[in-house]
Design a protein around this ligand. Structure first.
Ligand code: MN
Ligand code: MN
Ligand code: MN
Length: 275
């Protein structure tokens, strides 16, 4: 049974519409799916409609950006009420911060003689939330870099020339709001923050102290060693396990549900009675 509790649609920086994403998940035989767009749940109504009679059990989801010790840390919420006022209020604030960041990134890129990037990124977002992923695609299309990751490494990532530190909420706030709305809080992709093991443990301690419930220990692009390490950290910090591909677009390396089929592990799926 494949479980994928982290992926993106056109409601944020994914390239598939919610309907296309659910259809793809069904083809990949994903049994339990959560769509976790950046700071928005706008894709969920369309996804729910598409999930009916698809064989895919859809769980509500969101990926909230937070600020911690100068790092941008992502907290996934699962199985919450998207209409809960605490959640809608937080996401409205986060979306305003994201828009302000996009404008500032555009200004920084213009100083590097890359003009009009904000408008291009906005067009790419197609009415959805503008994220750094959209800027990355614009930079690839213009031939400034040859792949999205290079856009982060050279321009958009922390410490680079078009990096903008955003006023995100705290980890504790994100966790609290997810719980208020009846959901499970998950520390997203702990291996992707480029933290030393010492800092990673510090982060997990903080997340645990904030009543965080789970961490993504199963991802799509992991070595067996990385996976073992993350599973041991989850156990050490008494956190449930979650699984997610962080799928944004069809490609060679990342696929919905790929490698994510370990329902026997002590996961959020048991907590919710999903399996
Ligand atoms: Mn993204
Ligand atoms: Mn993320
Ligand atoms: Mn993500």
């Amino acid at each position: 049974m494949k479980i994928d509790l982290h992926c993106h649609t056109t409601a944020s920086d994914g390239t598939l519409t919610p309907t296309e994403l659910v259809t793809r998940a069904a083809l990949q035989q994903v049994a339990i799916l959560a769509i976790t767009d950046h700071d928005t749940t706008d894709g969920l109504p369309e996804a729910s409609a598409a999930a009916k009679d698809s064989g895919v059990q859809l769980i509500s989801g969101v990926e909230i950006s937070t600020r911690w010790q100068g790092f941008e840390i992502h907290i996934v919420g699962l199985g919450f009420d998207p209409a809960h006022p605490a959640m809608t209020a937080l996401l409205t604030t986060q979306q305003a911060s994201r828009e302000a960041r996009a404008v500032a990134i555009g200004e920084k890129l213009a100083k590097r003689r890359i003009e009009g990037a904000y408008d291009a990124a906005k067009a790419k977002a197609g009415g959805g939330i503008v994220g750094r992923g959209h800027f990355a695609r614009v930079l690839v299309e213009r031939g400034v870099v040859n792949q999205p990751q290079a856009a982060f490494d050279k321009y958009l990532g922390k410490g680079q020339s078009a990096y903008v530190a955003t006023q995100w909420c705290s980890i504790a706030e994100a966790v609290e709001v997810i719980h208020q709305a009846g959901g499970v809080s998950v520390l997203a992709h702990p291996g992707k923050y480029s933290l030393s093991n010492k800092w990673l443990r510090k982060l997990l301690n903080e997340f645990q102290a904030a009543d965080g419930m789970a961490m993504e220990a199963l991802g799509s692009q992991q070595s067996p060693d990385q996976r073992r390490f993350l599973l041991s950290l989850a156990e050490e910090h008494q956190l449930l396990i979650s699984a997610g591909s962080d799928f944004h677009q069809p490609g060679r390396w990342i696929e919905l549900g790929r490698g994510l089929h370990r329902p026997e592990l002590p996961g959020v799926w048991h907590h919710f009675g999903w399996v």
